[in-house]
Design a protein around this ligand. Structure first.
Ligand code: INI
Length: 156
């Protein structure tokens, strides 16, 4: 319709500041997600010195630091990265559900977007696929989502 206002945020991140929280558990995978996220932010215009990444022990701890980063007022968006891989016990389900719930809670209570870039997979192969091989790099996707969302927060 001619007079309707349609908001569609761009993907330019120049001048924006990003906090990244990354889980050390399954570090081989999460370090690839981190590399992908940083590379994507830089490719879209962010200066490397405007990116701060914090390593935490596991995905369960990600929301705790994400909350502090969101509340610090220093960042235009916070990106959460990690890899939760199913094992023999129900541990996976608890960690995955608390990480997702915690990040959603931080996102809804904060004034800047907090992005869920934690992969949850049934096995290592599926995780590798999502960390820069067959299925792309979910760290890149999370970074692109963060850029779009912080540009949207500036518009809406
Ligand atoms: N943390 C992860 O990030 N990925 C996993 O696959 C994982 N598994 O499978 O156990 C995991 N567990 C650790 C958890 O996040 C906490 O660090 C730990 O429970 C201490 O609170």
């Amino acid at each position: 319709m001619g007079s309707s206002k349609v908001v569609n945020a761009g993907l330019i991140s120049k001048g924006k500041k990003f906090g990244i929280v990354v889980s050390r558990f399954n570090e081989f995978i999460s370090s690839k997600l981190l590399e992908g996220a940083i590379d994507t932010l830089v490719k879209h215009g962010t200066t490397e010195s405007d990116i701060s990444a914090v390593w935490v022990p596991g995905s369960f701890e990600v929301p705790m630091i994400a909350k502090k980063m969101v509340n610090s007022g220093k960042y235009n968006a916070v990106i959460c990265l990690g890899a939760i891989i199913r094992g023999e016990t129900p541990h996976f389900d608890f960690v995955a559900s608390e990480a997702a719930k915690g990040i959603a809670q931080v996102a809804m209570n904060g004034d800047v977007p907090c992005i869920f870039g934690i992969i949850t997979t049934d096995n290592l192969e599926q995780a590798l696929d999502r960390a820069g091989t067959k299925s792309g790099n979910k760290g890149r996707d999370a970074a692109q989502t963060a850029i779009e969302m912080c540009n949207l927060y500036a518009e809406v």
